[in-house]
Design a protein. Structure first.
Length: 189
């Protein structure tokens, strides 16, 4: 799909906007097309970036847990861009290639810890029903305090919304970044 909204150029933007673009790109280790496209609405971009960046500050969730949530969200929402960027970021957070592949497999295809399994399941439930089933909540609550539970829900909600934007607009992956593995896409359908 060709991008429905072309991204801004990577340089030469107004100084305050360029600073935000550079901050976002540096903070993600190179994801720029998402920021360059969102910045076509600079007022919204600034507010969104401030909110979204909170997911990457030292929060209650470990980086590995956050990346599991985001990768499963990308998978469930069919977002090549989100998957490609966060497969890379997940490795940096300590996920193995096997774990990343396991995120995209059918439930139960990989042996996860009870908390990891509940993190993946909460994504499935939020995407499908916009709610969390009692058994999933109970498992999460055994391992996480209330601020962390809120963080789980907000991370998933933010990335569901972002996946919808990325898919609808057709934000293109940067060179060298792969989207969702095609073999896994067939299982998802």
């Amino acid at each position: 799909m060709t991008a429905r909204i072309a991204p801004l150029p990577s340089t030469g933007n107004p100084a305050d906007l360029q600073e935000m673009l550079d901050y976002g790109t540096a903070g993600t280790g190179g994801a720029s097309n998402v920021f360059l496209t969102l910045a076509k609405n600079p007022e919204l971009f600034v507010r969104w970036l401030a909110f979204s960046a909170e997911a990457y500050t030292e929060g209650r969730l470990a980086s590995r847990q956050r990346e599991l949530l985001i990768l499963r969200t990308a998978w469930r929402c069919g977002s090549d861009y989100e998957w490609g960027q966060h497969a890379r970021m997940g490795r940096a957070a300590g996920l193995t290639d096997e774990e990343i592949a396991g995120v995209a497999d059918r439930p139960g295809a990989w042996e996860w810890s009870p908390l990891d399994e509940a993190l993946l399941r909460v994504v499935d439930e939020l995407v499908a029903d916009h709610a969390v089933a009692p058994p999933t909540w109970e498992t999460l609550a055994r391992h996480l305090d209330e601020p962390a539970l809120i963080e789980v829900l907000m991370v998933v909600g933010n990335y569901i919304g972002l996946a919808g934007f990325l898919n609808a607009v057709g934000v293109e992956l940067e060179a060298g970044i792969a989207g969702i593995p095609s073999a896994h896409q067939e299982n998802h359908q």
